[in-house]
Ligand binder design. Structure first.
Ligand SMILES: NC(=O)c1ccc[n+]([C@@H]2O[C@H](COP(=O)([O-])OP(=O)(O)OC[C@H]3O[C@@H](n4cnc5c(N)ncnc54)[C@H](O)[C@@H]3O)[C@@H](O)[C@H]2O)c1
Length: 509
């Protein structure tokens, strides 16, 4: 992996946010200005006063050359560090630059309250800051990864930085990395994680991506094998897992080996489950290839298989060591599958990211254009929830929005409806119920239905689907002695509440 450089005008909080970001990602933190001072044995105001800006910039370049040789870090840069082209090339070839921006007034207020001396802004702070922003405006805007830090606490902004970077370090059922990277990086990432002896498990529709993965692994001297299984939910079963166990044995996989699940949710569920049980559990890595698996199935550590009696009845909590999501793989995903995955994205928007919800409201073409952003934001929503509640003792149940009715519809349709399609219908039914009982703001169900329709998802229970079968399927979820089922009901975009419902017929009214 490569360094993360935080850049932007003075007062944007590069050092404060950088420290939190480094902690969140479990990386070392370097403040380049402090490194310059420590190398020179004097403070920046002293260097500037005694030796001038030219010498300071030279010291900055040599400090930068030194820190980029160190292990992967979060590095806060000085506000003019990348004005020199040499420095810009250095950082852009050694990592990602995230440029923080804020309004003049915000920066002025923060700098005015700060005790730190800033030689370039000394005497007439407002005027100097204003002309510095004017001079450097085009420079700061030329960095593709940017975000505005006028609002929010440093902690919130560090989380937003992670979303913009597409990089997370999960602390939920153990620790693991979730990164948005090109699939060609899989070899580097496995190596960096100390993972060994990989075997790729994929399905026949995605197998053509296995070559890319193999090439990347071979570049790092791994000797991977590929196991291909037939595509489809009907193969997420014990036969497939038993086939995989046997093949793992034949390929000589031992307790230190790694399974790479390359595919959609069926592959991550089945291969993850096979890895969790083979020799009492070996490492696995998820390389999701569907939208649904990027934003949902590969996150959260649930693996499993179906029984003839029902879906996901056998399984384990067993997180991967790494999740690598490469949205460019979605270009070959059939549109119906993409749209089905969008139901979970819209759900995540309703849960806690109204901007994501509004982005989806702009339609499928817009979603496709903004696919990286869509995936990163939707991932961030689920990650935040599972970090808070990995074993579904509380808030994780909010992820079930649309699923109580959705699962029942999926089952009653005998899986003729895709998971996402059933969840979309479920979300609308549950939102209408939430409005009827006075929890949801008026018009919310219509708005959710509108957005789902815009991206091409169904919103009504198909006519031929008997309500009593849906009700029966919903009751299966109800524990024997439980008086009610806990529903995750929407309140408004960005807020969901958990509500116990005793009379299920009311929900489908
Ligand atoms: N573990 C969890 O937390 C969790 C969460 C949600 C869903 N799931 C499970 O995920 C499964 C559904 O996942 P899914 O929707 O990804 O289905 P899937 O894995 O069946 O993939 C859908 C189809 O798309 C094909 N495909 C996948 N990626 C492709 C690509 N890039 N290009 C071309 N074709 C591609 C597959 O071969 C398959 O035919 C269900 O079994 C569900 O239970 C698990």
């Amino acid at each position: 992996m490569s360094h993360i450089f935080l850049y932007g005008p003075p007062g944007t909080g590069k050092s404060t946010i950088g420290r939190i970001l480094a902690f969140n990602l479990k990386l070392p933190f370097v403040d380049l200005d402090r490194a310059i001072e420590s190398n020179a044995g004097m403070s920046i105001p002293q260097i500037m006063g005694q030796q001038g800006e030219g010498i300071f910039r030279d010291l900055e370049t040599s400090a930068l050359k030194k820190v980029i040789k160190q292990s992967e870090s979060v590095i806060a840069l000085g506000g003019g560090a990348l004005l020199r082209n040499e420095n810009r090339i250095l950082v852009e070839t050694h990592g990602k630059v995230l440029c923080l921006t804020a309004k003049l007034e915000t920066l002025f207020k923060r700098l005015n309250e700060s005790s730190q001396q800033r030689p370039l802004l000394a005497g007439g702070l407002f005027e100097k800051l204003s002309s510095l922003l004017e001079e450097r405006g085009a420079h700061y805007s030329s960095f593709p990864l940017r975000f505005v830090v006028d609002q929010g606490s440093p902690e919130e902004n560090a989380l937003r930085a992670q979303t913009v970077l597409g990089r997370f370090h999960l602390r939920a059922m153990g620790e693991y990395e979730v990164v948005m990277e090109s699939v060609e990086q899989v070899g580097n990432l496995l190596y960096a994680q100390g993972l060994k002896n990989p075997t790729i498990v994929t399905d026949e529709n995605v197998a053509f991506y296995a070559e890319k993965v193999v090439t990347s692994l071979r570049e790092m001297s791994f000797k991977p094998t590929i196991l291909t299984i037939p595509a489809g939910e009907e193969f997420k079963n014990l036969n497939t897992v038993s086939f995989l166990w046997k093949k793992f044995l034949e390929s000589g996989l031992d307790r230190k080996s790694t399974v790479i699940a390359l595919g959609g949710g069926v592959i991550s569920d089945a291969a993850g489950f096979a890895a969790s049980t083979y020799m009492r559990g070996i490492h696995w890595v998820a390389v999701p290839t569907t939208l649904l698996s990027m934003v949902d199935a590969s996150l959260g550590g649930k693996t499993g298989i179906d029984l003839p009696e029902g879906k996901n009845l056998i399984g384990s909590f067993y997180p991967p060591k790494l999740v690598l999501a490469d949205p460019s793989l979605l270009k070959t995903l059939p549109e119906v599958e993409l749209i089905s995955g969008l139901a979970e994205v819209i759900k995540h928007g309703i849960l806690s990211d109204p901007e994501l919800f509004n982005l989806c409201a702009r339609g499928l073409d817009c979603v496709k254009e903004e696919m990286e952003q869509v995936v990163k934001r939707a991932m961030a929503v689920k990650i935040k929830i599972i970090e808070e509640d990995p074993y579904e003792k509380g808030i994780r149940a909010t992820l079930n929005l649309g699923h109580t009715v959705g699962h029942a519809i999926e089952l009653a349709s005998k899986f003729q409806l895709r998971h996402g399609e059933a969840v979309a219908i479920g979300m609308v039914a549950e939102a209408r119920y939430a409005e009827r009982i006075g929890i949801a703001s008026q018009g919310l169900a219509d708005r959710i239905a509108e957005v789902l329709t815009i991206v091409g998802l169904p919103i009504q229970i198909p006519k031929g689907l008997p309500r009593d079968e849906i009700l029966r399927a919903m009751k299966v979820d109800k524990k024997k002695n439980a008086q009610a089922i806990r529903f995750a009901l929407p309140v408004r975009p960005g807020k969901v509440e958990l509500v116990d419902v005793a009379d299920l017929e009311d929900v489908l009214e």
